[in-house]
Design a binder for this molecule. Sequence first.
Ligand code: ATP
Ligand code: MG
Length: 395
Amino acid sequence: MTKAFLIKYAEIGIKGKNRHYFEDRLVHHIVRSLRDVEGRFEVTKEYGRIYVFPQGDFDYNGVLEALQCVFGISGICPVGVIEDMDFENLKEETVRFMKETYPDETPRTFKVNARRSNRKYPKDSMQLNADLGEAILYACPWLKVNVHEPDILLTVEVRASIYLYAEEIPGPGGMPVGSNGSAMLLLSGGIDSPVAGYMVSKRGVQLDAVYFHAPPYTSERAKQKVVDLAKQVSKYSGQIRLHIVNFTDIQLEIYEKCPHEELTIIMRRYMMRIAEMFAERDGSKGLITGESIGQVASQTIDSLVCTNAVCTLPVFRPLIGFDKQDIVTLAEKIGTYETSILPFEDCCTIFVAKHPVTHPILEIIERSEKKLGDKIEEMVQEAVSGAETVVVDGV
Ligand code: ATP
Ligand code: MG
């Protein structure tokens, strides 16, 4: 018996023509995810199923960890593959599989669910169910049969080879990245935006990102932190092009010309404008932020109205209705939290006013921005053309 993995994926919305495309993307991402795992792997699509076949020795937990980062996978079933079709051999291997999968000998109930798609096989599904069930009962006295609600459902698929599986380890769900276009993430060093990127990517959207820093007010370490966060997100999303924009001059200009209590809002509007310019360049169809209603002054509904007013692309805010604790829990789950809480300032925190407006009025903000004149446009162009682009792909 050799070991393999059956990949389960949700099939909603992928009927008809889309199906092949969806599956091919999924195979592509599975291959990518296994790139750094010890061992050699063949990923195949057969009978409308996706399998990972290790070739020789491999890192079992490494495979599971990698596959649990691939969007589109709903479950991962460790499979025993039996080439020798002889029934006595199948019986022995089935018992061995059960003993290996459940070594603790805890009393449980089980049911054999055989499916014979290879018509040449001498026993039909009913006979297989009965005969294999009997063999298991005999060899594992701590197990009992329950055909209605078994603890263990042992599936036996008889094709050109025989496949056994009982366990299903949950995958991350979602859809394969690239099956739903691409979007530009405004990625800061905080807790929220990496989670926002993760969530949109989970729906099959490919990510690129933009980070605004303000040297020397923000440090090289703050920038490295954002690069690290992008890498962590790219473990799930695949390659991210991270544009690092020097925002210092723009920020200073706003600081000098505009009312300080409006600073954050006006800065945010410039971030959105610049992010859109990168989105257009990269072919992204939307922007993503980590905003959540009411979290801070710049995220009240009135503030969001003002920020949103400069955007022509849709802005995806997947955390809009989340409490901070929910976001923290997700950040911990996806592994970005530890990096996010490192203490380096990002550019916004430095220029924050003591009493920022919480209910800005769009007309007033627009009037304040007029004070910036034409010079700001040049600064924006300069910031865009001078941006550094870092490509990250997995950790
Ligand atoms: P986060 O934890 O994502 O930093 P936050 O709670 O600090 O969020 P804000 O600072 O108000 O919230 O930022 C709101 C959103 O604006 C962020 O989620 C992010 O998408 C974007 N943003 C803020 N600062 C930057 C930055 N320096 N570079 C890129 N995007 C930014
Ligand atoms: Mg922030």
